[in-house]
Design a protein around this ligand. Structure first.
Ligand code: NDP
Length: 300
């Protein structure tokens, strides 16, 4: 049976980071500018700590300045907002990211809206979401941006392709659909109330799954030859008690049908951080009135 091309997100992201590092070095040499990324973490959630550490590490590896703000779990919303105001004013900081989820007492929307639009490298601010919806040049959320880059590379010409986005969250599903529409795909958004989900999937040349439901999309839901991007990160139990990460797509059955597919882990995840660096680079250029450089994965 035919087997899909496995999209190596780790390798793709590494090549993208090389290309970003080249532009960062150029910015330093030509304009004496070093992009600065501030990451704010409230509390001690172990997964968030790993994400924050990786973001800082990769920012530094790309030649950027990284500022980590670790705040205690009992930080109040007022204190967090005050920290964001400081970062908004700090000219060494070009990008601000507040690691989600936040403790229950803090309203994430109030926090996201406090971030200066031009420093919102997560692309979650309603102003940037609006710009994406109307086709303007704002900051695009990192995960869908990474998915789009891989699709441009692996799915052939996107114009006119039928794309199904499974999930309608503000951070993945909706911006993903807007990006695919911008590329002239015929876009359908499916969600928990969608009827005949399997049939909707079977019509799609491009399927982006972002539901957070382990192994929900089966191989026989996939159109033969389709490009499948699996955003989901789900931990399932294993006999040794450690658990393992799987996507929203049942990889073993899907790989026999799809034309190309991302694995979990090693697919979308690494691209998300690389796109955060890309947004930080672009934000720095825009804040200094410089053109946004053309950046794509460096040649092999
Ligand atoms: P949300 O929980 O915010 O959204 C999930 C979406 O999936 C909702 O729109 C929901 O529909 C839909 N959905 C849930 N169950 C079903 C179902 N049975 N059938 C059809 N649709 C369903 O999740 P996120 O968008 O934040 O994240 C999605 C997944 O992607 C998660 O596993 C998350 O961990 C992962 N993720 C991975 C990233 C990466 O870097 N790789 C980054 C961000 C997220 P409805 O709106 O009707 O409730």
């Amino acid at each position: 049976m035919a087997k899909a091309t496995i999209i190596d997100g780790k390798h793709f992201a590494a090549r993208l980071r090389v290309s970003i590092a080249v532009q960062v070095a150029r910015l330093k040499a030509d304009h004496d500018l070093t992009p600065g990324l501030a990451v704010v973490l409230v509390g001690e959630d172990p997964a968030s700590q790993i994400y924050v550490r990786n973001k800082g590490l990769q920012a530094r590896e790309a030649g950027m300045n990284s500022f980590e703000h670790r705040l205690p779990a009992d930080t109040s919303q007022t204190e967090l907002l005050a920290r964001i105001v400081e970062l908004n004013r700090d000219s060494a900081v070009n990008g601000i990211l507040v690691q989600l989820p936040l403790p229950k007492r803090i309203d994430p929307e109030a926090v996201i809206e406090a971030i200066a639009v031009e420093k919102d490298v997560d692309g979650f601010h309603p102003f940037n979401a609006g710009l994406l919806a109307v086709g303007g040049a704002g900051m695009v959320p990192c995960t869908p941006l990474g998915c789009l880059m891989m699709l441009k590379h692996y799915a052939g010409k996107l114009v006119g392709q039928r794309a199904l986005v499974l999930g309608r969250s503000n951070i993945v599903g909706k911006p993903m659909a807007a990006l695919l529409l911008r590329e002239h795909c015929t876009v359908t958004i499916a969600h928990s109330r969608t009827r005949d989900l399997a049939d909707e999937c079977r019509r799609a040349d491009i399927l982006v799954a972002a539901t957070g439901r382990a192994h929900m999309v089966k191989g026989d839901w996939i159109k033969p030859g389709a490009t499948v991007i699996d955003v989901g990160i789900n931990r399932i139990p294993t006999p040794d008690g450690k658990g393992r990460l799987v996507g929203d797509v049942d990889f073993d059955s899907a790989v026999a049908v799809a034309g190309a597919i991302t694995p979990v882990p090693g697919g979308v995840g690494p691209m998300t951080i690389a796109c955060l660096l890309l947004n930080t680079l672009n934000a720095t250029c825009r804040q200094h009135g410089l053109p946004v450089p053309e950046v794509g994965p460096a040649a092999e």
